[in-house]
Ligand binder design. Sequence first.
Ligand code: NAD
Length: 360
Amino acid sequence: MSYKIAVIPGDGIGPEIVRQARRVLDAAAAKYGFELEYTALLMGGASIDAYGVPLTDETIALAKESDAVLMGSIGGDAKTSPWYQLPANLRPEAGLLGLRKALNLFANLRPAYLYDELKAACPLSDEVIGDGFDMVIVRELTGGLYFGERHTEVVDGLRTATDTLVYIENEIRRIAVKAFETARKRRKQVCSVDKANVLDSSRLWRTVVEEVAKDYPDVTLSHMLVDNCAMQLVKDPAQFDVILTENMFGDILSDEASMVTGSIGMLSSASLNETKLGLYEPSHGSAPDIAGKDIANPIATVLSAAMLLRYSLDEDEAANAIENAVRQVLKEGYRTADIASDGCTLVGTEKMGDLLVERV
Ligand code: NAD
């Protein structure tokens, strides 16, 4: 079996961390008997430097032709980089938004996992942490408040701003399906988060999620109001397996969930559409402050590559091998600078890649 992977190294630390993720992917492919064919694509600042625009039609076309897209991160230092002298639609971030739109990536999956070895970085008390937590937030990415009609006007002499929150049932159904499918690959629990005591869009959300749940009798569905969920994430995070929620609630809750893990260099993410195609990238940015120094943590990108294997290629065994290699390396006490603690062995980006490759 051979798969086509589009690779966008991006800017800042992007090329360094993607290089390590590719090496780890290759090791997993060799072990589990499949081939990966890479096509390197430019996007963001690197594309501006080469073509004057952050995203070209060619990059979109090649990404669409691939089985999955692996990305580092894009962007530079907003204060010093010439990219930020350009109009907003020509800056690096416009490339990423354009690619998400072109690929119709409506589902954003962000795991929040607390490694035993990194418990010290978690801001919650030992009592709350208990045996740790392992959840995925499935956030709707292309509908709701961020995409509804908006305007500001003067009404009766007062400045008045209006944003509209619209959800159409098919938008809810397709993200719910992603959440239930994700739960099937995990502990088979979906908690759908809404504000159904107030919002019509949430009441429709709840109804449609319950309809979808009928097709997944093996998955347990519960509902939670968003205000309660925000509290439960810091009170008892272990109760969650898959959290399914709409765009704005997901924006806030996924940042809260990643914050409680305490280590930005460890957090992966996937953005998916209705086909198997997905865009996989670390949750962090391009960290221009540490670019080119061989100190960036490649693990978030390596774990994004594991998600790529699981969700786009259905190579679950290879994905497990990568995740186990990460656990093993941490258990053996190796750390990049961002997650270092007393008594650990400090390693750079390349060395961390070597260690992961050996353990896959
Ligand atoms: P950032 O995530 O790049 O960095 C925040 C802090 O975390 C920095 O101190 C950085 O050194 C550190 N850090 C981040 N990733 C790390 C890693 N893998 N290993 C070790 N340390 C790491 O956020 P920022 O500084 O606000 O943004 C920098 C650039 O990245 C901006 O241009 C921003 O727009 C862009 N950005 C891109 C994406 C993306 O590509 N999806 C996401 C967020 C930010």
